[in-house]
Design a binder for this molecule. Structure first.
Ligand code: TEU
Length: 569
């Protein structure tokens, strides 16, 4: 942030659209750009400033569009370039911006660049991807002959054998998502050119998929290193070789120079960075370094993980406070935080960190939202979060579609895990929980489609839907609207200093925000236990209520899942 004027995004709120599940305008059961255009009122009414659109580019859809086969077009499944232009115009007319998803750590294996690269070992694009011979002394396809022992994010090794050449290619994600070789300057130039093309078209920035994985730790001879063995697995953890690798800052600074320098500062860049530390994030988001505006960090969404995301432990509130507190402090004077509970990769927050039982669902959804939106940083709302959408009651494996979930099931069961336990973990943690269609109304398929939805609609849509909430001042939607408005109007919410209170309390989350003599006290009860407020925070009962999630009642008692934003005298 420049010292003189805070950047515009310090008071902005971003709304993520996962187009496949947002709204289907043509009855094929899959959401599309026409559907996004139909529901822009929903976004304006909510008051958000930016729409981040998950990938709509041509893609075989092996990972729902995060496997791109053409960076400069729109998949007919989602619509056309003309509709994308319409969306840019319509958003701008409403004072909103459009941020596109940039997926350039990897392409689809059907991208012409990869088809060319694969076509022969002499191809001019051979070096655009990571091709390696089998491990020394082994033949292609031998068990363990992969060039490194890395386990992929989507189960199994990160290497796939190409029978024709006898060489392996690298894929940190699915085998249909080969990693681009950013060491090659032609790759970087091609990406920069494509990004400029989108900005020239009018888009307002990029959310950069796994952007801290583009630099790999490669020896001068091209050697990549094995990682430490993973507990109970034949494969290893290669993350030290590809998370925030040796040239990551150089690559992002070069991108900034080549793509963003000299353009309007009304743009937004956010780098998705699994495993990023606070110290690294300070570097990535220090404006004087010219890298990105903010990053998505993963610490808080890993606090309920054990050895993997499928090994689920209940969240301890003091761990969340320690983590958020460190991120708030670490990026207080330099850099900027992004704030999120939900996205298309995470289970629904109200089911995971809240209480989605009927009596507490509305209150816990609004309590979690208050907690998040009152932090310092740019909040991200994921479609349906503003309605309190919850995890889906999956009956069996046949109801899952996500490549990560399905690959995990195959690998875990073949490794001897109890299929019932594997299914339980999927039910709770699968990305498909976030991907069920948005619940617009109580009609069949929740008003999402007139056809058959690609992923089942949550049966709770008869009660939990946008139509029921839009005019209800007590709804989760209305509460989000108030939180977003507060950030727009109140400097202390956007910019105030953050101080964590009660760090060891297991059920109550409290903090202050202060700026130029104004001080807010935020207190959130993340439990069913009522508390006497004066016993926790003696100054609270006398303070003025700015915003609360429950009807005014007894100021002395903090009710189950109650959240209050108070102004201290
Ligand atoms: O996700 C990156 C990532 O590391 C995880 O969030 C991942 O989705 C997984 O849950 C790890 O267990 C990004 C995208 O957001 C995701 O949808 C893509 O599948 C992935 O990159 C590959 O492009």
């Amino acid at each position: 942030m420049a010292a003189d004027q805070p950047a515009w995004w310090t008071r902005a709120v971003v709304y993520q659209v996962y187009p496949r599940s947002f709204m289907d305008s043509d009855g094929d059961g899959i959401g599309d750009l026409g559907g996004v255009l139909l529901h822009l009122d929903h976004l304006s009414d909510l008051g958000v400033d930016v729409l981040w659109l998950s990938p709509v580019y041509p893609s075989p859809q092996a990972d729902n569009g995060y496997d791109i086969s053409d960076y400069q077009d729109i998949d007919p499944l989602f619509g056309s370039l003309q509709q994308l232009d319409e969306l840019i115009t319509a958003l701008h007319a409403r004072g909103m911006k459009l941020v596109m998803d940039l997926v350039v750590n990897h392409t689809s294996d059907q991208h012409p660049w990869f088809l060319e690269s694969r076509s022969s070992t002499d191809s001019p694009k051979r070096d655009w991807y990571w091709w390696r011979p089998p491990r020394e002394g082994m033949a292609p396809g031998d068990p363990g002959a992969e060039p490194t022992n890395w386990q992929s994010f989507f189960s199994g090794p990160t290497w796939e054998l190409d029978e024709a050449s006898g060489e392996y290619y690298l894929h940190l994600f699915d085998r249909r998502q080969p990693d681009l070789n950013w060491e090659n300057p032609e790759v970087r130039q091609a990406v920069h050119e494509m990004m400029r093309w989108w900005l020239d078209r009018g888009v307002d920035g990029f959310r950069m998929d796994v952007i801290n994985m583009i630099s790999k730790d490669v020896g001068p001879d091209g050697h990549l290193h094995d990682g430490p063995p993973l507990p109970g697995a034949a494969l290893g953890d290669g993350s030290a070789s590809y998370l925030c690798g040796p040239r990551i800052h150089e690559f992002l600074q070069e991108m900034h120079r080549e793509v963003f320098a000299g353009r309007s500062d009304a743009l937004l860049t956010v780098g998705e960075m699994p495993g990023v530390t606070v110290e690294q994030a300070r570097l990535f988001t220090d404006p004087s370094r010219g890298e990105v505006d903010m990053v998505f960090q993963f610490e808080h969404v890993g606090l309920d993980h054990g050895t993997s995301k499928w090994d689920i432990h209940p969240l301890r509130l003091r761990d969340l406070k320690a983590s958020f507190g460190r991120w708030q402090a670490g990026l207080a004077d330099v850099g900027w935080n992004s704030l999120y509970w939900d996205n298309h990769d995470q289970p629904r927050a109200v089911s995971r960190f809240g209480d989605d039982s009927p009596g507490f669902r509305r209150d816990s959804a609004t309590c979690l939202a208050t907690l998040l939106h009152l932090h310092r940083g740019t909040p991200y709302v994921y479609q349906g979060e503003e309605l309190g959408m919850a995890n889906y009651p999956f009956r069996g494996l046949e109801e899952f579609a996500d490549v990560e979930s399905l690959n995990h099931h195959v690998h875990a069961v073949s490794a001897g895990h109890d299929p019932a336990e594997v299914l339980d973990a999927l039910r709770y943690m699968s990305r498909d929980n976030a991907r069920t269609p948005v619940q617009w109304d109580a009609s069949p398929h929740a008003g999402f489609t007139t056809g058959t939805p690609w992923l089942a609609v949550n049966p709770d849509h008869v009660e939990w839907n946008a139509a029921a909430q839009r005019d209800d001042e007590n709804s989760v939607f209305a509460h989000h609207r108030r939180l977003i408005a507060l950030r727009h109007t109140d400097d202390v919410v956007a910019l105030g200093d953050f101080t964590m209170l009660l760090p060891d309390h297991d059920e109550v989350y409290a903090f202050t925000r202060s700026l130029g003599g104004v001080e807010l006290l935020v207190v959130c009860n993340l439990s069913r236990t009522p508390y006497r407020l004066a016993e926790l925070l003696p100054e609270a009962p006398a303070a003025e209520l700015v915003l609360g999630n429950l009807p005014d009642d007894d100021p002395a008692e903090l009710r189950p899942w109650e959240a209050r934003v108070l102004r201290l005298p």
